[in-house]
Design a protein around this ligand. Sequence first.
Ligand code: GRF
Length: 189
Amino acid sequence: MAGKHKIAIFASGTGSNFEAIAKAAIGGRIDAEVALLVSDRPSARVCEVAKELGIETFAFCAKDYDSKQEYEAAIVERCQMAEVELICLAGYMRLVGETLLSAYEGKIINIHPSLLPAFKGKDAIKQAFNYGVKVFGVTIHYVDMSLDGGQIIAQQAFNYNGYDINELETMFHAVEHTLYINTIREILK
Ligand code: GRF
C-alpha cells in the first residue's frame, strides 16, 4: 500500500458510493486506499460493507458527545491517525462544522444528487422527480459551512422521462459511482 493516497469516506446510510469507491481502490482503478470509514450511524449498512471489505471504521453516536466540536475533534484525530489526505462525503447526513473544516481545509468533497444549485438538501432526487424535471444530474463539490453550497468540481447530467422513481434512483447511483471515482482520480493526480 506504500505510496497510495489515503482517503476517508463519511457515510450514514446504504453506502453504495462507499462500496463503489472502496472496490475501485482495491481493484487499483484509483491510486488510493480507503483508509477509514466514518459513520454517525453504527447500525447503517455501510458499516457492514466496510467490515466485509476489511476497512477500518470509526462509527460514533453524536449523542455520546457534548457538542459537535467534540465529536468532530474525535473524527479529526482518527483521520490524522489514518494519515487521511482527502475526505469524501457520500451520504453523510450531517453538516460539517468548523473543527473538521479547519483541520481539512480544501480537502473535503461531497456528492449531491442534483445539478446544484438546484434541489439542495435532503431527498434531492425526490424533489427533482416531483418537480417534473427531465434533465437530472449529480454534482461533486468542495464542502464549506453552507448546505450543498461549496465550489463545484464536477457535474454530470442525464435525461429521464419515465415515471418510476426506483428506476430513476438506480440510474442516479450508476452515474454517481462513475463520477465520484473519476473525480477522486483527478483530484489525487
Ligand atoms: C447519494 O445519492 C449521494 O448523492 C447523497 O446520498 C446518497 C448516498 O447513497 N449525498 P449511498 O449511501 O452511497 O448509496
